[in-house]
Design a protein around this ligand. Structure first.
Ligand SMILES: [Zn+2]
Ligand SMILES: [Zn+2]
Length: 281
C-alpha cells in the first residue's frame, strides 16, 4: 500500500505544488460539471491519481490530506484568474459540495454564457421571490407567473419557463421538491455576494458560519439567524439552547434537527488530530 505521509520531503513537495495532468483533468471536470458533492470529489481525485500514476492512499481517511493539498495546488494556479474551487453547504441537510467559483464577479451575469437575457431576468425574479418568501421556497405556479413580470427583454412563455426551470435544476442552481422551488447549494456558493448586495436589507448571515442564510431558524427576540445544521452543531449537547447573540441569550424555541454524525466532507474538521488518532489504532 502506498500513501503520502503528511510530512512531505522537499522534492515531493515541489512535485505537489506544480500543476500536472492529474490536476488539469480534475479542473476540467469541475469546469464541465460546475458542482460536485464530497463523494464525487473523492472519486474524481482517485480517478485522476490512477490515470496519471499519482500515489493515492487506499484508505479514504488517509486520502484526505493529499486531496486537500491537490485542491490547494489547483487553487494557487487558478486564483490569478479569479477562479477558486470552494466548499458550499446545503441549507437543507448540511451536506457539502464543491464548486468552481468566479471570485471577481458578484453579478449574475456570470451565468450569461449558459442562459439568454430573458432567462437570466427570469432567474433574477425567481431569486427575488425566494428571498422575499418566509421559508426561502416558492410554489411552481407562483414561479411560472413570473413570465408576466419580465421587462425590457424578450417575453418567455410558461412552457419556456418550465424548460428553463428544468435546466436550472439539472445544472444544480435550484432544487425542486414537492412542487416547491428553492436555491440549491450552487446558487448559495456562487451567487451569495450578488444576493447579499442586492437584498442587503432583506437577508441575514448565519451567526455561526457567517455565510448567507436563507433557510434556517430565527431568534424571535433579536432576529439572529442560524442554519439548521449550524444550530444542530451549536446545540448538540445543550439541554436548554439559548440564542448565541451576546446581549440576547433568550431561550431558543425550536426543535433542533439532529444531523447525521458522519459529515461528508473532503476533509475532517480537525485533520491533525484525526490523523494522530488513526495512527494510534
Ligand atoms: Zn451557518
Ligand atoms: Zn436572540
Amino acid at each position: 500500500m502506498s500513501f503520502l505521509k503528511p510530512t512531505l520531503i522537499e522534492s515531493e513537495f515541489k512535485i505537489m505544488t506544480q500543476m500536472n495532468d492529474g490536476h488539469r483533468l480534475f479542473l476540467q471536470s469541475f469546469m464541465s460539471r460546475g458542482i460536485l458533492n464530497a463523494k464525487e470529489v473523492k472519486q474524481l481525485f482517485k480517478i485522476c491519481c490512477l490515470k496519471y500514476k499519482i500515489p493515492h492512499p487506499e484508505n479514504e481517511r488517509e486520502a484526505q490530506a493529499p486531496l486537500l493539498e491537490f485542491v490547494r495546488t489547483i487553487n494557487n494556479h487558478i486564483e490569478p484568474f479569479h477562479m477558486q474551487i470552494r466548499k458550499g453547504v446545503s441549507e437543507d441537510d448540511g451536506s457539502s459540495s464543491y464548486g468552481l467559483v468566479c471570485t471577481s464577479e458578484s453579478t449574475i451575469t456570470k451565468l450569461a454564457s449558459d442562459y439568454t437575457p430573458s432567462e437570466l431576468e427570469f432567474f433574477k425574479k425567481l431569486i427575488e421571490i425566494i428571498v422575499a418568501s418566509d421559508n426561502a421556497e416558492v410554489g411552481s405556479t407562483e414561479t411560472l407567473n413570473l413570465v408576466s413580470r419580465l421587462e425590457n427583454v424578450k417575453k418567455l412563455s410558461k412552457d419556456d419557463a418550465e424548460d428553463l426551470l428544468s435546466r436550472l435544476e439539472t445544472n444544480k442552481w435550484i432544487k425542486m421538491t414537492h412542487g416547491k422551488i428553492s436555491l440549491a447549494t450552487r446558487s448559495l456558493l456562487e451567487l451569495d455576494q450578488y444576493i447579499l448586495e442586492i437584498y442587503q436589507d432583506d437577508v441575514e448571515k448565519c451567526n455561526i458560519c457567517k455565510k448567507l442564510c436563507l433557510k434556517g431558524q430565527t431568534c424571535p427576540s433579536c432576529g439572529t439567524k442560524l442554519h439548521f445544521h449550524c444550530a444542530s452543531k451549536l446545540f448538540e449537547k445543550e439541554e436548554n439552547p439559548k440564542c448565541p447573540k451576546q446581549g440576547c441569550k433568550k431561550a431558543w424555541p425550536y426543535e433542533i434537527r439532529r444531523t447525521p454524525r458522519k459529515e461528508e466532507t473532503i476533509y475532517s474538521r480537525t485533520p491533525e488530530k484525526s490523523q494522530k488518532r488513526k495512527a494510534d489504532v
